[in-house]
Design a protein. Sequence first.
Length: 137
Amino acid sequence: MPYQDLRAFLSCLEAEGQLVRYHRLVQPSPDIGCISQAVTGMGHFGPAVMLDNIAGYKGSRVVVGIHGSWANHALALGLHKEATIKEQFHAVCGRWGGYPGRVEYREDPLCQEVVVDHAINLYELLPLYRINRLDGG
């Protein structure tokens, strides 16, 4: 597996020039959805975009377009960003028999950094958005 977690993959995207950080204020709706659509339409080398100034969600970040281009998809597979679609297809096929892979248990997994132990309202905590009008959000 090429990456231990999302942070490691984002570091790779940034090192490869495939991550844009956007600091201007955006609204969860419609701005994030519009940016998501725009990024996926940028072609083979379209970047991922990290938004870190979301109205009503101080300190929250959203990343869109992580797998929105073939270059990002290649990097996710541990290939070079110029890998062809054919090379990526063969990389996926070569790994298919090993899915889901070996399970590794950890004492302190990153997914448990934040523990919620009371009733919450996700709409207050997360800048939820839709990419299009039929999206479930």
